[in-house]
Design a binder for this molecule. Sequence first.
Ligand code: FES
Length: 171
Amino acid sequence: MSKHRVSRRQFLSYTLTGVGGFMGAAMIMPMVRFAVDPVLKAAGASDYIATDVKVADLTTEPTRVDFSYEQQDAWYTSTVTNTAWVYKNDNGEIVALSPICKHLGCTVDWNTDKSNPNQFFCPCHYGRYTKDGKNVPGTPPIAPLDVYEYQEKDGYLYLGATKPNPIGQGA
Ligand code: FES
């Protein structure tokens, strides 16, 4: 006979501990899964968002391009719509400018200030930018409009993150 016999009390204690642990884990695991799920999900498949603009259709006149994508914010998914002003410069290179004014973040428009044609104009405090996004000295913005990174895929324009405009400051 073994010296390590389990008493009825010990057997009940072990059994209840085991069942209790199992039930506790069954209740907690979904909560843990819910808490870390966004962290476990892979990031977006691509950093570039497709637009419906054909690169061949771009001209030297800035065109407003709206594009949307799904944004995951922890457990909340929303559709975000961004805008770019896109044209081809004299070298045929694509220029995609952010519309966010570098003064206080209003939205700039192209060629809407009749007294200063062919410039980007911010109606909030009359900020102005030349066509390449450079801020016009003497107006409130103190830096050029940011530029979007871009790619061409299957003839269509894809836009990525914004970065500081390489043309340098106007004032
Ligand atoms: S926010 Fe654009 S000029 Fe002030």
